[in-house]
Design a protein around this ligand. Structure first.
Ligand SMILES: NC(=O)c1ccc[n+]([C@@H]2O[C@H](COP(=O)([O-])OP(=O)(O)OC[C@H]3O[C@@H](n4cnc5c(N)ncnc54)[C@H](OP(=O)(O)O)[C@@H]3O)[C@@H](O)[C@H]2O)c1
Length: 243
């Protein structure tokens, strides 16, 4: 029943982890998919039908020219998946000013900038959907993460709720999803540590690490018209850990 036919979707960081699973699922569901990442070569080889922009979103100049380019290349945008993200795992007292700048620049500023700049294209959709990839860390203490990451995801949540309230009148829905540990390159270091995995599983009711496909399924639901009356929601994809 779920279909993204005739919809154009931009997925930031659509080449690895959660973004890659979302790219694959969106293609299966019939969407026209656009992605961006710093390295797009292998994705472009495997999925030549995907329009891929090679860009480092944390570089303000490159980000601006990417946004100019995409605004020239397409007439409307139906789905924006703000997915890029990074973490610098350090105890709070060891974190540097440069760490918070790096994390906020990618995890918060790019989300804000893409929402704001792509608003004219999203409002042409008449059923626009923005999905911001946050984290369970925005809501609860995650020992193996970091304060700066949790703060950045908290900011994503405020961005989501505020825009949902402001842009409902433009038929743009804005929701966030909140994964717990999902096996991707971003958390390889944590998931390679047997003790940490034991600790994670002990507090996860479903007693397993989530898959990128399970997160992609949630994103697809929020992107599709099946969720047409849902906006401003912060949906956990967490195996029940928040319980
Ligand atoms: N995995 C988890 O357990 C988990 C849990 C909660 C939330 N999340 C969130 O889920 C989102 C996706 O995470 P993931 O685990 O799938 O990460 P990932 O496997 O590291 O993939 C990140 C994607 O973003 C791209 N990217 C990274 N930095 C970029 C930059 N400066 N400019 C452009 N593209 C960039 C990467 O491609 P390139 O390296 O080629 O640029 C890649 O396609 C993030 O927002 C993360 O915070 C993840």
């Amino acid at each position: 029943m779920i279909s993204l036919k005739d919809k154009t979707a931009l997925i930031t960081g659509g080449t690895k982890g959660i973004g890659l699973a979302t790219t694959k699922l969106f293609l299966e569901l019939g969407a026209k998919v656009i992605i961006c990442a710093r390295d797009v070569e292998s994705l472009s080889r495997e999925f030549p039908q995907v329009k891929a922009y090679k860009v480092d979103l944390s570089d303000k100049k490159l980000l601006n020219s990417f946004l100019d380019e995409i605004s020239n290349d397409i007439n409307k945008l139906d789905i924006l998946v703000n997915n890029v993200g990074t973490n610098i795992r350090k105890p709070t007292l060891e974190a540097q000013d440069s760490d918070i700048e790096t994390v906020f620049n990618l995890n918060v500023n790019t989300y804000w900038k893409l929402c704001k700049t792509l608003f004219p294209l999203l409002s042409k959709s008449n059923s626009g959907s923005i999905i911001n990839v946050s984290s369970i860390a925005s809501k609860t203490y995650v020992k193996s993460s970091s304060l700066i990451y949790a703060m950045s995801k908290g900011a994503v949540d405020r961005l989501t709720k505020f825009l949902a309230a402001e842009w409902g009148k433009n038929n743009i829905r804005v929701n966030s999803i909140h994964p717990w540990y999902i096996a991707t390159p971003l958390v390889e270091e944590v998931l390679n540590d047997k003790e940490k995995v034991k600790e994670i599983l002990n507090k996860t009711p479903l007693n397993r690490i989530g898959t990128t496909e399970e997160v992609a399924n949630t994103i697809a639901f929020l992107a599709s018209d099946l969720s047409s009356y849902i906006t401003g929601v912060d949906l956990n994809v967490d195996g029940g850990v928040s319980l």
